[in-house]
Structures are given as structure tokens and as C-alpha cells.
Design a protein around this ligand. Structure first.
Ligand code: SF4
Length: 281
């Protein structure tokens, strides 16, 4: 699953950047740009590379010397939790060719760091050998905005169907790995089924996660460049956030699921799960 993207290469001077996120000391993003090309993605608003920004989803830059730089850094930096794929998805399709997420996982875990992965991709399963070996130091979260593929596909055109993500989530959970789901941004598809869809999703994942995180839609300039009906749908989802948040919170209580807002404060201005100053780090 995934869409074709043009690939470019770059050399980096740093691999790990400080993270302002709760529970993360560092952020690591092997690729600039993301070929999942989600319509609601916040990242293009903050990307410095104008080509990547203008071709979001169609151009990915590979940090070709990431492994060498990371290897030097892990010997010098204090151990901590590293968010892998905090800005863009580390397990997007190019990972199957360049393997930088796998290489980073190996280096970090063999040097005593902890790793927290957030992805929409089922490709993460290819690294099950490493994940299992260091299961006490990793956690894996899947982003799912809607359990129905026909709804998710137009807004997440190049990500695996939600059912496939849930299948891998269950598999990883059953092997004893710590797993979680991020429902965000909350999107009301304006078909009167938001609550029904969210209940379906929560019921499908609740026995396979330690926690469900959620976050409302945040309006960013790129949203206004979209065509209708998606622009209207996303804008209305943002404006109606209080109602959508209440629905999620009530469902979590009703079904006895531990749920937490992903970001407690707008101050942190999250992207894919990252703070602005970490974008394209
Ligand atoms: S929302 Fe996440 S998965 Fe989607 S394009 Fe943006 S970075 Fe990639």
C-alpha cells in the first residue's frame, strides 16, 4: 500500500532532536515529506523545503547518512525515549527500500534508548524481530481516523486500510508489545455517523491497546487550499471540536477504555505528533 513518490537524498548533521512532547526526550525522522499524503496533514505548513511542501505526498527526501550520524550521537547523548516518526511517517513506503527506520531502531535499542513509534503503516511488522527482542523498551501506536476504508481513503489516500492497521495492531499486541491508538484528527464526515464510527473503532481496538489518544482537527493554512467538500468537512470538524471531543470521551467512559487527549494544550502546536521547532529537524 502506498503511492509512488519521487525520491531525493540529503546529508544531515544531526539525527536526534530534542522533543517537547510529553514522555519523549528525542525525536527522530528518517524522511522529509510523507508519501501517505493525508489531506489533513499539518506538516506541510512547517516544512522548510519548498519542493517537498509543494509536492506533499509526491516527493520524499531520504536522510542518507542518518545511520552514521545516529551511531555517533547515541555514544554521546544521555539515554532517553525517542519518538520515531514524530513529524512524518517513518514507515511510509520508501522505508521498504531504504530501511532507515529499521536501522535507527537497531542503533537506538542496542545502545539502551527506548523507542516510541507512531505510524499509519503496516510495514512496521517487518521489524517484528527487533521489536520483540527489545519489547520492554518499545511501544507502537497506530493512527486511525475512521474504521471504514471508504471514508478514510479520500483523506488518507496512500495509507493502508484501517482494517489492516488494526490487524497488525492486534498482532503486535498479542505478542506482548505495548501498543496504543491515536484517533486524530477527529473528522466528522458529515454523514451523521461520527458517533457510530468512533464506537466501532473503539470496540475494535480496545482489547489491544494500553491507551487511546485523541485530538481534534486544527485549522492550518494548507486546509484552506483544499477543494470542497474536504475543506468544508475539515473546517467544520475543527469548529465543532467540542462536540466531537465530548462524544469520544463519553464513548471511552461507556466502554471502560483508558483514553487521553494527545495534546493538553494548543501551546505545543502538534503536527503529526511533534512540536513545530522539530519539523524537518
Ligand atoms: S498525517 Fe502523518 S501519515 Fe499523513 S501525510 Fe502527514 S505525516 Fe504522513
Amino acid at each position: 500500500m502506498g503511492c509512488k513518490a519521487q525520491v531525493r537524498f540529503m546529508s544531515v548533521k544531526t539525527a536526534l532532536s530534542r522533543s517537547g512532547l510529553p514522555d519523549l526526550e528525542y525525536a527522530l525522522n528518517p524522511y522529509v515529506g510523507c508519501q501517505h499524503g493525508c489531506l489533513y496533514c499539518y506538516a506541510p505548513n512547517y516544512v522548510g523545503d519548498t519542493d517537498v511542501k509543494a509536492n506533499w505526498g509526491r516527493l520524499v527526501v531520504v536522510k542518507e547518512n542518518l545511520g552514521d550520524v545516529l551511531l555517533e550521537e547515541v555514544l554521546k547523548k544521555k539515554r532517553g525515549v525517542v519518538g520515531l516518526g514524530t513529524i512524518t511517517d517513518a514507515y511510509q513506503q520508501v522505508e521498504s527500500v531504504y530501511g532507515l527506520a529499521r536501522l535507527s531502531l537497531k542503533i537506538l535499542l542496542t545502545h539502551g534508548f527506548r523507542v516510541s513509534i507512531q505510524t499509519k503503516s503496516t510495514l512496521v511488522i517487518k521489524d517484528i524481530d527487533i521489536l520483540m527482542k527489545y519489547k520492554d523498551r518499545v511501544d507502537i501506536g497506530f493512527t486511525i481516523t475512521n474504521p471504514n476504508y471508504e471514508k478514510a481513503k479520500p483523506v488518507e489516500p496512500c495509507s493502508p486500510p484501517p482494517a489492516e492497521r488494526i490487524k497488525i495492531l492486534r498482532l503486535l499486541s498479542e505478542t506482548g508489545l505495548k501498543t496504543w491508538v491515536f484517533i486524530g484528527p477527529l473528522i466528522d464526515f458529515r454523514d451523521g455517523e461520527f458517533e457510530k464510527d468512533m464506537e466501532k473503532l473503539i470496540l475494535q481496538v480496545k482489547d489491544y491497546v494500553d491507551v487511546i489518544y485523541y485530538d481534534h482537527m486544527r485549522l492550518k493554512p494548507s486546509i484552506y487550499l483544499l477543494d470542497d467538500p474536504y475543506r468544508l468537512m475539515l473546517v467544520k470538524s475543527a469548529l465543532n471540536k467540542d462536540t466531537l471531543l465530548r462524544i469520544i470521551e463519553n464513548l471511552c467512559i461507556e466502554h471502560g477504555v483508558k483514553c487521553k487527549p494527545a495534546f493538553s494544550d494548543i501551546k505545543q502546536q502538534k503536527l503529526h505528533g511533534n512540536t513545530l521547532d522539530e519539523v524537518n529537524g
